[in-house]
Design a binder for this molecule. Structure first.
Ligand SMILES: [Zn+2]
Length: 303
């Protein structure tokens, strides 16, 4: 209780000293009798726009942002969706278009400019052993990377999960999504689906053997050992949302299993050449785009 009050006190002080916000977190635009609410609090490179359409009877709405299609669908009785932003999105105004279905193929559309705000992200040095680098350059590693990408790109319209994701372990995040990975060299072809110049997930500092739980309900798309990410579990939550849990010691689910949010899927560890110490790495993909798991766990985005 004392801790909670302390945190609230700190927030109050920060709010007092904060400069006037540059952009409102919520943008509202009317369309006929409907209203479109766009939550921009997580609209950063690698983040999301949360869009709610009120006062309308459509079952779905399509979106277009930076040439990428997305969609809103009925979730808990509300027409809602998250539109992902690629990590290399320019921090500036972007055109967001919404396409509304109509009778006999005659739908409507509206567009508006929405702000994407840049965020400062840390960097960390990464030193891989010669053995690890050699393993990363093999055909096996390349094949595993492609295999992982195929799982991440699984299209499943069924909604196994609604609402925010839940942290897969209890523990502090020690390195955020999007942080720079400084290998001190050009990584080139040794990159795979999870390895690159930027961190593809969030790292939790937890001891090896910590129970790892499904961050959301879904179907196990992949549960096996891969060169870079080690013992890996990929969960498809439906509607283009996929979670990846890496470097496990033990996996307790099989491909094709359907799990509920909170179901134990294994225990954490440091398997795979990408793990230098025991931790849990949690990555999220939305419509095949790698996005910040912290945005998907932010309950304030949901109506
Ligand atoms: Zn990681």
């Amino acid at each position: 209780m004392a801790l909670a009050l302390g945190v609230m006190g700190a927030r109050a002080v920060m709010a007092q000293n904060a400069p006037v916000a540059a952009a409102p977190p919520l943008i509202t635009k009317g369309y006929g009798r409907a209203a479109i609410d766009i939550q921009t609090s997580r609209a950063n490179p690698g983040g999301v726009f949360a869009i709610l359409v009120r006062g309308a009877r459509w079952a779905s709405v399509n979106t277009l942002l930076d040439g990428r299609r997305g969609s809103l669908a009925i979730e808990e009785g509300k027409l809602f969706g998250l539109v992902p932003l690629a990590l290399d999105t320019e921090p500036s105004e972007h055109k967001l278009s919404l396409f509304f279905p109509g009778s006999r193929g005659r739908g409507g559309a509206t567009s508006l400019m929405v702000p994407v705000t840049g965020v400062a992200r840390p960097s960390r040095p990464r030193t891989l052993s010669q053995d690890a680098l050699a393993a990363a350059a093999t055909q096996t590693a390349l094949g595993h990377g492609r295999f992982l990408l195929a799982a991440i790109r699984t299209r499943d319209l069924k909604a196994y999960h609604t609402g925010p994701l839940r942290p897969p372990v209890d523990g502090p995040i020690v390195f955020p999504f999007g942080g720079a990975e400084d290998y001190g060299m050009e990584m080139g072809p040794v990159k795979d689906g999870l390895m690159g110049e930027h961190h593809r997930g969030v790292d939790y500092d937890v001891p090896a053997g910590t129970t790892v739980r499904a961050p959301g309900s879904g179907i196990i798309l992949l549960a096996r050992s891969l060169v870079f990410s080690g013992e890996t579990v990929v969960i498809g939550h439906g509607r283009g949302l996929v979670s990846v849990l890496s470097h496990l010691t033990h996996v307790s689910v099989r491909e094709g299993d359907v799990v509920n949010i909170g179901t134990a899927v294994g225990t954490s560890g440091k398997s795979g050449i990408g793990a230098l110490t025991p931790h849990l790495c949690f990555s999220v993909y939305l419509h095949s785009l790698n996005v910040d798991p912290e945005a998907l766990m932010d309950a304030s985005l949901w109506p």
